[in-house]
Design a protein around this ligand. Structure first.
Ligand SMILES: C[S@@+](CC[C@H](N)C(=O)[O-])C[C@H]1O[C@@H](n2cnc3c(N)ncnc32)[C@H](O)[C@@H]1O
Length: 223
């Protein structure tokens, strides 16, 4: 069995390379299967909380004949892992709040590299990383039903230099790497925000702050 990854999971795959990896909330296990099949990962732990998706993961892993390198475990977040067991972990296709809860509960099980793909704004994950000893080392946007953000964090000491020279609020909202690269999808997102927020904005409203952030991001993109 060779699963076909959509653009979202293909973008995630490109940001992972490790001897040992864990995919948390894996459902069908397509990502870990392709990670092992393409040689990007030698061994992967597939973690699922819920019985239905856990069954999908077990069936698909069995169909690949790679059960010696893909181990499926039931459990919540990073808790099925032993401290230091994996070099990196991915959490994809979930809300940013769910991913943040998993990271915050991770403690000594948090690996030194993380790849996250939330289905909504990644801002709180950039903020979590900045206060938790992780630097944002890569970002991508994958086209799909909407633009899916993919972020890679690595454990590093000190303030994250990626935010130097970029307006902080715009960088937390849209992504410092994406703004610097002028990615066409981030430009589209900023322009869409300007269109959506302009009629909603008024002094004292949250929409006004969001509109100001979008304007700052556009100015940076057009510099
Ligand atoms: C929408 S699916 C995404 C599946 C796959 N990661 C992807 O990106 O296509 C989210 C999966 O995460 C699982 N999940 C949610 N919270 C979890 C948690 N705390 N620990 C482990 N799995 C979780 C759900 O059961 C579900 O199968």
């Amino acid at each position: 069995m060779i699963p076909v990854l959509d653009a979202r999971l293909a973008a995630v795959l490109k940001l992972i390379r490790a001897a040992t990896h864990a995919d948390i909330g894996s459902d069908h296990a397509h990502l870990p299967i392709r990670l092992v099949q393409t040689g990007r990962v030698e061994r992967c732990v597939v973690v699922e909380l819920n019985p239905g998706p856990l069954g999908h993961a077990r069936t698909n892993v069995a169909l690949t004949g790679l059960s010696d390198r893909l181990e499926v475990r039931q459990g919540n977040g990073l808790s099925p892992l032993r401290p230091g067991e994996v070099e990196s972990a991915s959490m994809t296709g979930m809300g940013a709040n769910t991913i943040q809860s998993i990271l915050e509960a991770g403690g000594e099980r948090l690996p030194p590299a993380l790849v996250v793909q939330p289905n909504d704004s990644p801002r709180i994950l950039r903020e979590w990383a900045a206060r938790s000893g992780f630097h944002l080392v890569a970002e991508a946007l994958a086209a799909g039903f909407w633009s899916y953000p993919v972020l890679r964090f690595e454990a590093r000491s000190g303030a994250d230099p990626v935010y130097d020279g970029v307006p902080l609020d715009a960088a937390l909202r849209y992504g410092p790497h994406l703004l610097r690269s002028g990615d066409p999808l981030i430009r589209r997102q900023v322009l869409d925000d300007l269109t959506r927020l302009t009629p909603l904005a008024a002094p004292g409203r949250a929409a006004q702050d969001e509109l100001n952030t979008a304007k700052t991001a556009l100015e940076f993109l057009e510099k």
